[in-house]
Write a protein that binds this ligand. Sequence first.
Ligand code: HEM
Length: 625
Amino acid sequence: TLWKRFTSRPHQRLPPGLKKLPGPKGYPLIGSVPEVPEKNSFIKFAEWGKQYGPIYQVNLAGSNHVWISSDQIARDLLAKKGAIYSDRPHIPALIDDNRTSGQYLPLTSKNNAWSRQRKFANVIMRESEKAQFHRYPEIEAKRMLVELMDQPSQYNHALESFISRVTCRLAWGRSEASDELKQRARELLIGVSPTGALGNKLPFLMSLPDWLVPAKAWERRRAKTERTFFEIMQKDVENDMKEKRAPQSWMRTFLESRGSWGFQYELEGAYAVGMHGIAGALTIAAPMQTFCLAMCHYPQYLPMLQEELDRVCGDRLPRSEDRPNLPFLRAVIRECLRWRPPVPTGIPHYLIQDDTYNGYHIPAGSVMHPLEWAISRDPTVFPDPESFNPLRWLEPSYPTYQEPLTQYPTIINCTQFGYGRRLCQGQGVADEDLLIGIGSIAWLFDMSKHSDEAEDGSSTNPSHDSQYDEGEMNEKENSIHLNKAASISYEELNTGVDITEPSNDDQQSESSYPGAWPVDPLEEQIMDVEKRRRGIEWQYRQSKPKPPVKAKKGVNTIDPTLDYTTLLIAKPVPFRFNLELRDQARAQYVRQIFNEGLSKGEYTDSRGYWGEDNGKSKELGWGKV
Ligand code: HEM
């Protein structure tokens, strides 16, 4: 099969009268693989787009990948010709074939399982939206704000937990599974990311036995743990329903008319619900974290946002009904998605039959990538595209301005959610979570860059020190226990990045994260200055000397606003910044309403599913990530 794979390159057979798509030449057999950096690969693909045009092709280890940097071309092909462009490519690292297993709607081929699950998804999304998502985002926003007040340095955990808890409630009616859901999302993300699981880089490994390939054994255990988790969650909701105490959820909707969805087996419902849980938990925290980054680097916009929130909401938290009156908030959210797309490379489609576009031949079997990163920085649509500028959605002089401002700007149907028949199903959930989540943070907090550190390492702004120093930070009486094990791990941040594990003596506090990738010595010096400025501790060291690796040409490794994680869904690498209360009275009010909820039993702690140590050494449990 290897021989066939490398010798049968379909894109080389050119029908008469048609041109080959332009693109980099690459090397024999491996194609352009060595030219694609793992860190911010989307920037490289966008650069090729400038060089070769808005549609070009790249041979990556024998597969033909077509990259589209223009919204119009993406629509012309992926939407208008949806009949042939709506399949999905094979993801080699998954144990069950993603195209036919029916486990993951976003990765399923355009087959019957996809049709019936998409219908089901339409119903559950419509129902939740009609019920204003059962106010779950508003309920969880209070807990998030209390966590942010108590442990600002753990802001990324608070934001990820907010999203995961809301999604858990939507999926199964309760929030206890939120840490488990985060872990399921994290492991699946590794499994499906080109820069994640080894099986995606070296597919032939997946045909060897488990005992020879730990990555395959890891995936088998992941898949089994995921299935068991989904089954447990389904059973829990069934029990809740029997006892007539099941809160509204997607699972309840499934179970209430379980025979009518056309699912082939009971487990399909457990997956259909669980997959939406994972999709939500994976994605929405990314723009929330981008929001924090943007507010630190473009400080002029936070006062404008706060002015709007204060005017519209006064001394209460933002609510769903405020949406029409909060155009500035919607503009900030829309701009976060444009400036730093959560899925920057897009989710690929797969072409099932030969096609032509403007005289170019696009061979069947091509993997089609709508390059969201490039699409959202077309300078004719987004002048000065590299700048974070929410005003481009609010001032008539910009091409993106749209009225009425009670509706626009909106993220609904914006380019970041894909194309045609595979369009994202969760836009409404994302819209609600971001409105409530980002609105609540800006309503309660000021954000700014962390003060520069003095040469001796001491902070020039002592008032911020205690806020961020893990050692000195006392958890307040009401603080929610943050499950540290559920935090973003070293490995997740660096999957696919060539650095060594931190040694113990280099390890500083848990709130400092490594996030480096190989650079040449000169560049490293420049970065050192930048690192100090940002206050990110670089806590690892290379255990054995390695030859310096050249930073990929043209890839910006210095701009701190480009320090993003490497997996399919890109999040800013956690960074230090000042998160300060705007108003003591508001802080008290939030604590009071949160405590009221707590005493009514609205907030339960996270639950473990696999016993001690999250089952690390057992048959089922958390895999090493
Ligand atoms: C900011 C948040 C989100 C972003 C940026 C995002 C982005 C995307 C993208 C780019 C696709 C691929 C579309 C294509 O292939 O053309 C997609 C598909 C999908 N998304 Fe989202 N998504 C988000 C949130 C969510 C949420 C909250 C859910 C569910 C609760 C969800 C469920 C799905 C599903 C089920 C699909 C697959 C549709 C299909 O293949 O037929 N997404 N999303």
